[in-house]
Ligand binder design. Structure first.
Ligand SMILES: Nc1ncnc2c1ncn2[C@@H]1O[C@H](COP(=O)(O)OP(=O)(O)O)[C@@H](O)[C@H]1O
Ligand SMILES: Nc1ccn([C@@H]2O[C@H](COP(=O)(O)O)[C@@H](O)[C@H]2O)c(=O)n1
Ligand SMILES: [Mg+2]
Length: 463
C-alpha cells in the first residue's frame, strides 16, 4: 500500500467551501520515523509497526459508530482502537459559538501519525460546547488495528491511501435525518429548529457534495448499518483473516487463548494498571488465574462415567483425569498454586527454580517433583511467558523425568509472541493456555504492554 508522502494536516479543508471549517488544520503531527515502512520483527518492539487501518464512512447518523462498536466487540481483540473524526474538530471561541450555525464541521488529522507507529493523544470532543474537553485526552497507541470513523474520511486521497479497508455505511436519508434529530436534541442539547436549519444549510449539501461521492472508494458498502449482521460478520471474518499472520493460535494449534469477554478485559485492565493497589492486583490476578486453570483442566483427557441421579435416571457424563500434578516455576508460578488446589483436591505440586545466569540463557538450580511424575499429566504454572527460556528449561526437565511432551499443559496469564514461538517450535505437542497474548518483548526482554514483575507485585516485594 502506498505511504502518503506529505502531511495530511490540510486534509479536506477544501471541503469547507465558503464557510469556515471546524477542521483543526494546525493539529499536532510528527515526522514519520526513518524506518516506518518496515514490518516489526518479533524481537524488536521499538521498530515502528504498520497497523491495519480500516476507514468507516457514511452520512451523518448512518450508523458508523454503531457498526464500529459491533466490529470491535466481535473482533474480541485488545489491539483494536477506534479513532473518531469528531475528536479532531477545532474548538470554537465564545464568539464563534454564538454563530455556531455558520459552521461547517470537518475532518481528522491523526491517522498519519498513528500509521507511522507513534502513540498519539486523541482529544475528546464536547458536542454541547463545540470544543475539545480541556486536558482530556485518550492515548492511542500504534495498535495493530485502527478504525478511523467519520463522514469525510474518504474525501482525501492521501487519507484513503493509509487505509487497508474502506467501509461505507449506507442508510436511507430519511432514517438518518430522524436519528440525527433524536440524537442532537436528546444527547447534544440542541433544539429542533437549529438541527433542521443546520441539516438543510450544511449537512445535506456536504453529504451530496463530499460524502456521497466518496462512496465509490469503498471496498464494502453496508446497507442498513448495524442492522446488517451478515455484512458485519463477513467484515469481522475478513479482518481476522488479514490479521491471521499475527494469529499465533493459527500457526500453533496447541496454543489456546481463553475466550475474551469484557469481564476478562476489565480484569486485565486492572492488573496491568501500575497504580492498582497490591490487594486489588492479587484479587484480580487470582480471578484470572482461576479462569486459566479451569480452562487448562478442560484440556485433560477424560473417561466416560455413568451415574444414577436422585430421580433414578441414568446420567452419562465423564470422569476427571486422576493422574495429575502441578509444577510451578518458582517464584511467580507459585501464585497459581492456590487456584489449582481449589480446583483439584489434594493435587501434588512440584517446583522448579531456574536461576538467570547472565545473558546466555538459564541455569537450573532447584527442582522437587513427585517420584511418579512420568505417569502424570503436568500443569506447568508461570503467569508470564516472556522469552520462553525458563519455560523451555522447565519443560526439558519434565521430559527428562519421563513426562511425555503431550502430557504437559503450560498455563499463564500473559504470553509474549516470542515466548510462544520459542516454546512451540521446540515442543510442538505441548499445550499452552493463556488469557492474553501481548504485543512483543522490549530490548530488556520485558513483555510489552505487560504488567511488570508479576512475582514482585503479587508477593509485595516491589517497594
Ligand atoms: N440500526 C439502528 N437502529 C436504530 N437506531 C440506530 C441504529 N443504528 C444507529 N442508531 C442510532 O442512531 C444514532 C446515530 O447512530 P451512530 O451509530 O452514532 O451514527 P453515526 O456514527 O453514523 O453518526 C444513534 O443514536 C444510534 O443509537
Ligand atoms: N460541534 C459539532 C461538531 C460536529 N457536528 C456534526 O456532526 C456530524 C458528524 O458526526 P456523525 O456522528 O453524525 O457522523 C456532522 O454532520 C457535523 O455537522 C455538530 O453538529 N456539532
Ligand atoms: Mg459517529
Amino acid at each position: 500500500m502506498p505511504e502518503a508522502t506529505t502531511s495530511i494536516d490540510y486534509v479536506m479543508e477544501k471541503a469547507s467551501g465558503p464557510h469556515f471549517s471546524g477542521l483543526r488544520i494546525d493539529g499536532p503531527t510528527s515526522s514519520p520515523p526513518a524506518s516506518s515502512a518496515t514490518a516489526p520483527s518479533v524481537a524488536d518492539v521499538n521498530a515502528p509497526k504498520q497497523p491495519f487501518v480500516i476507514g468507516v464512512s457514511g452520512g451523518t447518523a448512518s450508523g458508523k459508530t454503531t457498526v464500529c462498536d459491533m466490529i470491535i466487540q466481535q473482533l474480541h481483540d485488545h489491539r483494536v482502537v477506534l479513532v473518531n473524526q469528531d475528536s479532531f474538530y477545532r474548538g470554537l471561541t465564545p464568539e464563534e459559538s454564538e454563530r455556531v450555525h455558520e459552521y461547517n464541521f470537518d475532518h481528522p488529522d491523526c491517522i498519519k501519525t498513528l500509521k507511522s507507529g507513534q502513540p498519539y493523544q486523541v482529544p475528546i470532543y464536547d458536542f454541547k460546547k463545540h470544543r475539545r474537553c480541556s486536558d482530556s485526552f485518550r492515548l492511542v497507541n500504534a495498535s495493530d488495528v485502527i478504525i478511523l470513523e467519520g463522514i469525510l474520511v474518504f474525501h482525501d486521497q492521501r487519507v484513503r491511501s493509509l487505509m487497508n479497508m474502506k467501509i461505507f455505511v449506507d442508510t436511507d436519508a430519511d432514517v438518518r435525518l430522524a436519528r440525527r434529530i433524536r440524537r442532537d436534541t436528546v444527547e447534544r442539547g440542541r433544539d429542533l429548529d437549529s438541527v433542521l436549519e443546520q441539516y438543510a444549510k450544511f449537512v445535506k449539501p456536504a453529504f451530496d457534495d463530499f460524502v456521497l461521492p466518496s462512496k465509490k472508494y469503498a471496498d464494502v458498502i453496508i446497507p442498513r448499518g448495524g442492522d446488517n449482521h451478515v455484512a458485519i460478520d463477513l467484515i469481522v471474518q475478513h479482518i481476522h483473516t488479514k490479521l491471521g499472520q499475527h494469529d499465533l493460535c493459527k500457526i500453533y494449534p496447541n496454543v489456546y487463548v481463553i475466550q475474551s469477554t469484557f469481564q476478562i478485559r476489565g480484569m486485565h485492565t486492572l492488573i496491568r494498571d501500575r497504580g492498582i493497589s497490591k490487594h486489588d492486583f492479587v484479587f484480580y490476578s487470582d480471578r484470572l488465574i482461576r479462569l486459566v486453570v479451569e480452562h487448562g483442566l478442560g484440556h485433560l483427557p477424560f473417561t466416560e462415567k455413568q451415574v444414577v441421579t436422585p430421580t433414578g435416571s441414568m446420567y452419562t457424563g465423564v470422569d476427571f483425569c486422576k493422574k495429575l500434578c502441578g509444577v510451578s516455576i518458582v517464584r511467580s508460578g507459585e501464585s497459581m498454586e492456590n487456584a489449582l488446589r481449589a480446583c483439584c483436591k489434594g493435587i501434588k505440586i512440584g517446583k522448579i527454580l531456574i536461576h538467570r545466569d547472565g545473558d546466555n540463557g538459564k541455569q537450573l538450580i532447584y527442582e522437587k517433583l513427585p517420584n511418579d511424575i512420568s505417569e502424570r499429566h503436568v500443569l506447568l504454572l508461570d503467569p508470564v511467558l516472556a522469552t520462553g527460556n525458563s519455560a523451555n528449561q522447565a519443560i526439558q526437565l519434565l521430559i527428562e523425568k519421563g513426562v511425555p511432551e503431550s502430557h504437559i499443559i503450560f498455563l499463564n496469564l500473559i504470553s509474549a509472541p516470542e515466548g510462544i514461538h520459542c516454546v512451540c517450535k521446540r515442543f510442538p505437542s505441548l499445550k499452552i493456555v493463556t488469557s492474553e497474548i501481548d504485543v512483543a518483548l522490549n530490548e530488556e526482554f520485558r513483555v510489552i504492554p505487560g504488567l511488570g514483575e508479576f512475582g514482585d507485585r503479587y508477593f509485595g516485594t516491589d517497594d
